[in-house]
Ligand binder design. Sequence first.
Ligand SMILES: [Zn+2]
Length: 96
Amino acid sequence: MPEYLDVWQCIGCGRVEEVPQTCIGVCRTVKRKLVDQKDYDAIALRLERYAEVLRLIAASTPRREACLEHWHALQSRARAALAEDSAPSSSSAPAR
Ligand SMILES: [Zn+2]
């Protein structure tokens, strides 16, 4: 799971905590969640793998006599997509 940081963002000018930006004078801050780009990219990649399997399911219709083989092929694709989640990652946690 990604690590989220709570930040404050101005709804007027978009300023986020210490990020220097000129305010347009209507500052009102709201609490936001900030996630590391690396964590976000990992989740986006995972979702794309899952979506690929879902698109395959949604777009394919097996021949009546091939339903079981079709199902097994889809299961195989789904298992492969899920297995990548448990595969060891080369990335390490950022130093804080
Ligand atoms: Zn502002």
